[in-house]
Design a protein around this ligand. Structure first.
Ligand SMILES: [Zn+2]
Length: 838
């Protein structure tokens, strides 16, 4: 039973936690750990409430010196009755380590057999570690003590000290929300530093030591630059003591902003060739989590429905900071290329919701809002807000908000009040249109050649979503280019809606040099872009010549949106990719365009019969990119090699698998080798023995995942039967549950075959097996499995019927959301095939 908002409200009227004292014993073997919580809290005299606790077994629970009966624990709730004004609850329990990335997750590193443990208590997993009032507005300081095996290092929110061998004690923390508490433990490799009085630590698995030490300087530089920037921007010093960044195994999200002890997915410590996109994403993640130290950690949302206050802000602030204060001044290119595309896809799904004010009735509902709307749209909307009220007013409002609610909680209303005061104007209407209404406007260019007067000019037309009307005012740039992509004219428009004249572009149109008009050049606003037909025709020729990388990235995102809306044909995407990519030099643009062409167009939109020819065309494109590239540091080398690894034939790729004739910079690159292995397995051009041998040579966590994906990718029916069983079988004593990452790896490889018939039986299995996995997989992990395992490759009306039937059943919230979104994407494929006559 998940906590509801009403229950949270009621409980915060009754109790107020004063202090948590937590002792964890991590030296009790690989399955379980011991947890003792001493919680002091005030309450209304005589009142009743409950604490949250999810143990394997409850050893004892004492409330104000009296032992609570075993029956006090019902499900995950420990009932507390007859409370006093001052109370002490002492709970001793045995808890289970997580394998799904939630609670206290434990993983073993096959490279050296070492074990690692980390706490991920977001959003309602704290009771899997300690007894608590698990809701974001009941904050208290923590004292944490950990017993750990010898040779381990323990890191937590407060600075940790080993007080006797194997016993670690943390400094008392500032008041924290329950979901921010973490402990990370294991024989970590560590790099330490110091900046402006703040002790810094970076940690990763011991087997990653060489990579960590080589890459730590870049990470530490971004960390220091971000601290300086946030200190001057917010006017409040970082308040949580030391700052540790721990790269942990099998982490569900990108990272988690635990105060003083941020956890990251450890693929961010690169073990293979990493392009500019990967470096940008890592720098962005570092800066994003640091922004949360103020937004989220210092000032926390009252309840999960103001989640956007955390995520929209951190998303916006990280990019602003990277651009202003670090070497990653191309941060907004990646936003335009990938983050916005993620957000627009979320906006197209029936699951879309307003950025703010979406009611989160309970924690399961709230988890669904961790999506492209809360991150990408929220950030874009904040950029529009800054255009609307000015940057000085924005910064002043943010500072006032942070000062007013430090170490406490706040709501949307509090935030808008601070901004309105700073701006000296009412923001109610603006907030209604941009924050509290779902949907987005469409931007298109309207020509009228019939008349010579004013109406002959091109105009920008801003049309709201008819189902979700709102009057949004935009700051937007419209740019016109000639057939080589050289900018001819542009109109910068401020605070516009409806139909808008474009005087500069109109003047240039007279000279007949305009071939291509791009609404939202520079990617300033949040809107769908529908290109006019003439511009779409000119795109293949003009796109490579457009100077501004953010605009090129934005065009790819608009093309993806057009593909999804059946306005751009799949063949047009392939033709534009073939023309533009051999000349493209920005890695984020190359990454998004190649994945659009390979993953979306060939993997989903094209019917099966047309896929082989399209793959061959993309393989030719990859060869041209490799031929154009000038060595290892040219982004086309890595992008071309990766594209070829997904499209090429066995004759071309087998030498790569053997380590021969690799493109520059990819010698000895094991993650790249697994990409090649996966493609060869799809082609049935490698044997299981070959894969076993490759695994023996790379028996690491990432090697095992690469192996599982490749192993599941063989096209035969026996492989599919094996992979599906591995993915969905319930765990037992003899075969413990697969980890979240192992499930993702299996699901990623599953839906490839030579024909649809081999895969067809698994549609029914998906419908019946995936929801059942909720019995042993947490919501967060299961949402990913449900997305990756969805039979998107089989889009058809028959599948549509099956999926609708599935949605009529009772489903875990995570599965329902994943299926709703995957179904919406499948409807886009079906609509595209209908329009483009397939
Ligand atoms: Zn975040």
């Amino acid at each position: 039973m998940t906590l509801t908002r009403d229950e949270a409200r009621e409980r915060s009227q009754i109790v107020r936690p004063e202090h948590y004292d937590i002792e964890l014993d991590l030296d009790r073997g690989p399955r379980e750990f011991a947890s003792t919580t001493r919680l002091t809290f005030t309450a209304q005299n005589g009142a009743s409430t409950f604490a949250d606790l999810d143990p394997v077994s409850l050893e004892s629970a004492m409330l104000n010196g009296r032992k609570l009966p075993a029956s006090a624990l019902e499900g995950r709730r420990l009932h507390l009755t007859d409370l006093a004004e001052h109370n002490e609850l002492v709970v001793t329990a045995t808890m289970r380590y997580g394998r799904d990335g939630q609670g206290l997750h434990r993983a073993e590193d096959p490279a050296d057999g070492e074990a690692y443990v980390y706490g991920h208590l977001f959003m309602d997993a704290a009771p899997r570690v300690y007894a608590c009032f698990d809701q974001p507005d009941l904050k208290a300081p923590y004292d944490v003590t950990v017993r750990a095996p010898g040779g381990w290092i323990v890191v937590a929110n407060g600075a940790m000290r080993e007080v006797e061998p194997g016993l670690w004690r943390a400094e008392t923390t500032k008041p924290l929300a329950t979901y921010f508490v973490t402990v990370c433990a294991g024989p970590f490799a560590t790099v330490t530093d110091e900046h402006d009085g703040i002790r810094l630590g970076i940690h990763a698995r011991a087997s990653l030591r060489d990579h960590l030490e080589a890459q730590a300087p870049e990470m530490l530089t971004v960390t220091k630059q971000s601290f300086d920037h946030y200190h001057s921007l917010f006017g409040i010093r970082y308040p949580f003591g030391e700052y540790h960044q721990v790269f942990v195994p099998e982490f569900n999200a990108g990272a988690m902003e635990n105060p003083g002890c941020v956890t990251f997915r450890d693929q961010l410590v690169f073990t293979g060739a990493a392009g500019r996109t990967e470096h940008l994403v890592r720098a962005n993640t570092i800066s994003h989590e640091m922004a949360h130290m103020w937004f989220g950690d210092l000032v926390t949302m009252q309840w999960w429905d103001d989640l956007w206050l955390n995520e929209s802000f951190a998303e916006y602030m990280a990019n602003r900071t990277l651009e202003a204060a670090t070497e990653f001044d191309d941060a907004w290119v990646d936003v335009a290329a990938s983050r916005k595309a993620w957000g627009y896809a979320a906006e197209r799904s029936p699951s879309t919701h307003p950025v703010a004010g979406a009611p989160a009735h309970d924690t399961d509902t709230a988890l669904q809002n961790f999506d492209g709307i809360s991150y990408a749209k929220g950030s874009a909307v904040l950029r529009q807000l800054i255009h609307h009220i000015g940057d000085d007013a924005f910064v002043a409002g943010v500072r006032a908000h942070l000062e007013r609610h430090a170490f406490a909680n706040a709501t949307l209303a509090d935030f808008l009040e601070a901004l309105s005061q700073a701006a000296g104007r009412d923001l109610t209407e603006w907030a209604q249109a941009w924050l509290e209404t779902a949907g987005m406007d469409t931007l298109r260019i309207e020509h009228d050649g019939d008349d010579v007067g004013e109406t002959a000019s091109p105009r920008l037309v801003i049309t709201p979503d008819p189902d979700r009307p709102a009057t949004r005012v935009h700051t937007v740039r419209v740019a016109a280019y000639d057939q080589t992509g050289a900018e001819v004219a542009a109109d910068d428009l401020h605070g516009v809606s409806g139909r808008v004249k474009l005087p500069n572009i109109a003047a240039a149109t007279g000279g007949e040099s305009v071939a291509l008009v791009v609404p939202n050049a520079g990617d300033l606003t949040w809107a769908g872009v529908a290109f006019d037909n003439a511009s779409l025709e000119a795109m293949a020729g003009g796109l490579p010549g457009i100077d501004d990388a953010t605009t090129r990235a934005m065009i790819w995102t608009a093309l993806a949106h057009g593909l999804a809306r059946a306005e751009v044909a799949p063949e047009q995407i392939l033709a534009i990719a073939e023309a533009a990519l051999p000349a493209e030099t920005q890695m984020p643009v190359l990454d998004v365009a190649t994945s659009l062409a390979l993953g979306a167009v060939v993997g989903r939109f094209l019917p099966w019969s047309e896929r082989p020819a399209a793959l061959a065309g993309l393989a030719d494109l990859a060869e041209r990119m490799l031929a154009e590239a000038d060595g290892e540091h040219d982004p086309r080398t890595l992008a071309g090699a990766r594209l070829l690894a997904g499209t090429g034939d066995a004759g071309r790729l087998t030498p790569w698998f053997r380590g021969e004739d690799l493109p520059a910079g990819l010698d000895g690159d094991t993650p790249f080798r697994w990409r090649v292995a996966r493609r060869l397995a799809q082609l049935d051009a490698v044997t299981i023995d070959d894969l076993d041998e490759a695994l023996a040579a790379d028996n690491t966590m990432s090697g095992r995942l690469g192996y599982l994906t490749a192993r599941a990718s063989f096209p035969d029916a026996a492989t599919k039967a094996w992979a599906w069983e591995e993915l969905t079988a319930a765990p037992s004593e003899d075969s413990p549950a697969h980890s979240n990452y192992e499930m993702n790896a299996l699901a990623s490889g599953f839906w490839s075959a030579d024909d649809e018939a081999t895969l067809a039986p698994y549609v029914e299995r998906y419908v019946s097996d995936i929801p059942r996995m909720r019995e042993w997989v947490g919501e967060d992990a299961l949402a990913r499995v449900a997305s990756l395992a969805f039979p998107a490759a089989l889009a058809s009306e028959e599948l549509d019927v099956e999926v609708r039937r599935m949605l009529d059943q009772q489903l875990p919230a995570s599965v329902r959301r994943s299926v709703v979104d995957a179904h919406a994407t499948m409807r886009e494929v079906i609509a595209s095939r209908a329009v483009f006559a397939r």
